[in-house]
Design a protein around this ligand. Structure first.
Ligand SMILES: Cc1cc2nc3c(=O)[nH]c(=O)nc-3n(C[C@H](O)[C@H](O)[C@H](O)COP(=O)(O)O)c2cc1C
Ligand code: SF4
Length: 509
């Protein structure tokens, strides 16, 4: 019998270790031969720990399972049981998705290279080793893939710049800092399908002519870091990485580096400084990292999801990937639904789904059962959207047009008990704490912003235009998006929820 219990950090947080132990103990007690696979998560966090059993019809799921449920599951021979969910693939939440980047996550044994290959892994890299760098770049360009880290910059264009740059040494750097609130897709992928990221980075290296690469992760991700290290060692010994990638004669050495976990170290130039052993402060651009990046050399910096999508693009073709999506947002996006929501988790879908459908239909509304008041999309620098904007299709331009951003596709739901004045204060306080201190509008502006919100809370109506003025200064004058985008949550809270800034009411209380 083959049983799957995720070793994903979210599943572990919900008791997966105890479930896995109970499965082993119960099997031993009953003298049953059980192969226990510690897979990644399928992304249905509200059903974790999700236990799956292989059957001739496919895998059947049970969840959320506790250790106390395990003897009963054995008694029922993993048949009829109150926690039974039927065939995993038929669970509507999973069935509705278009899984490309997360095609294997939760299905394979994350550290089995044969399992990876049996599920389509390495097809893209095998194709890439037979292509020139320029051909690989053209394929990625044709896919329409844009950076999944937040800025949405076309990946093919970035790769072409590094490909065309002159330099004896070039680098590929993976941004696995994942600092946005409510996001966990990078972590899930690294824990559940680490070879996919390695394959994507090897393809990027072949495309631009880089021979060294680094994955920059954070210390708060111990599970992801452990899995990545083990996967890197396996990939090296199997010849996927090393002096001759898949026997091509082209070298690519790849290492994991772990930062201490500062939000600003997710900003690419700050990340590069941190990788070089310096303090994580933002560099002025130009020069862009594609031309003068790590140690001053041409460098590709891409998010985990951007890189992990590349193997599928190479395997199926850029035109195939381009077929999915909406407007200028091509392909799929792994949405991360979190906060006060009934069914939270990772839902990969083609761009274009309306925000309301994501929250109400997929997410099931709030966990508290109260009405949704606001949804923050795109991490701590993203705008708060009221239900009036729920018809906005998920896409880079569509969100920008409504004063927001999709960022890394973190979607955090708030019910009607949320106080948007407090949320505006939180955004400014976050910026003050995480600011690298390099430029004045952000370094001083965030702190003055907190003080100004406090004045509004005390009933000082004159402070509202001051807050607007300050937001404009930060937006236009900051060196990077930390200071430049903090006004988005603040101004969206003020614009869409003016009652929460009603100083007359506050003063009367
Ligand atoms: C304050 C700040 C934090 C950021 N954090 C991240 C992060 O955690 N992960 C990430 O991939 N990009 C982050 N970015 C965006 C990166 O600077 C950069 O655009 C990205 O890594 C490029 O990769 P992509 O083109 O694949 O998205 C951040 C940007 C800013 C301004
Ligand atoms: S905006 Fe903030 S984080 Fe960005 S460079 Fe300026 S001080 Fe540093």
């Amino acid at each position: 019998m083959r049983i799957y219990v995720p070793a994903d950090a979210a599943a572990k947080g919900l008791g997966a270790e105890a479930v896995a132990r109970a499965v082993s103990d119960e099997a031993a007690k009953r003298g049953l031969q059980v192969a226990l696979v510690r897979n990644g998560s399928r992304g249905m966090v509200w059903l974790e720990p999700l236990l799956e059993v292989e059957t001739p019809e496919g895998r059947i799921a049970f969840g959320p399972v506790s250790a106390a449920d395990v003897p009963g599951l054995f008694d029922a021979a993993f048949g009829e049981h109150p926690k039974a969910l039927g065939l995993t693939e038929d669970i509507p939440w999973l069935k509705r998705q278009t899984r490309i980047t997360f095609a294997r996550c939760g299905i394979t044994d994350p550290l089995s290279l044969p399992d990876y290959e049996a599920h389509g892994g390495l097809k893209g890299l095998h194709r890439a080793v037979a292509m020139t760098g320029g051909e690989i770049v053209a394929e990625v360009t044709a896919s329409g893939l844009r950076g999944r880290g937040g800025a949405g910059f076309p990946t093919g264009l970035k790769w072409k710049t590094v490909h065309d740059a002159v330099g004896a040494q070039k680098y590929v750097v993976c941004n696995a800092d994942e600092g946005d609130s409510g996001t966990f897709a990078d972590r899930m992928l690294m824990e559940g399908d680490p070879f996919c990221l390695i394959e994507g980075m090897a393809i990027a290296a072949l495309a631009v002519g880089a021979t060294r690469g680094y994955i920059y992760s954070r210390s708060e991700y111990p599970d992801a870091n452990r899995v990545m290290r083990a996967a890197l060692a396996i990939a090296h010994s199997a010849g996927v990485l090393g002096p001759s990638v898949l026997g091509s004669g082209r070298a690519f050495e790849l290492e994991l580096r772990v930062g201490a976990g500062a939000y600003v170290c997710g900003e690419e130039t700050s990340l590069l400084n941190s990788l070089e052993g310096k303090r994580g402060t933002v560099r002025a651009k130009p020069p862009i990292p594609a031309l003068e990046g790590l140690f001053g050399k041409p460098t590709v910096v891409n998010n985990v999801l951007s890189l992990a999508t590349v193997p599928a693009i190479l395997a199926h073709g850029g035109a195939w990937y381009h077929e999915f999506g909406h407007g200028r947002s091509r392909g799929t996006m792994p949405l991360q639904i979190a906060g006060n929501v009934k069914r939270g988790g990772l839902f990969e879908a083609a761009f274009g789904m309306a925000l309301g459908e994501i929250i109400e239909d997929i997410g099931g509304g709030t966990a508290s059962g109260r009405p949704v008041k606001a949804v923050q999309v795109g991490g701590p620098l993203g705008a708060y959207f009221p239900p009036a904007l729920f018809d906005t299709p998920f896409g880079y331009e569509e969100y920008a047009g409504k004063g927001g951003l999709i960022g890394h596709a973190g979607i955090v739901v708030f019910d009607d008990t949320a106080d948007m004045l407090s949320q505006a204060r939180f955004a400014l306080e976050f910026c003050a704490i995480e600011s690298c201190g390099k430029c004045t509008p952000c370094r001083l502006g965030a702190t003055r912003g907190v003080e100004t919100v406090d004045r509004i809370a005390r009933g000082d109506a004159a402070a509202i235009p001051l807050l607007e003025d300050l937001c404009n200064t930060m937006k236009l004058g900051s060196l990077c998006a930390l200071g430049g985008f903090t006004p988005y949550p603040v101004m969206s809270a003020l614009t869409h929820f003016p009652d929460d800034f009603n100083t007359a009411r506050e003063a009367a209380e």
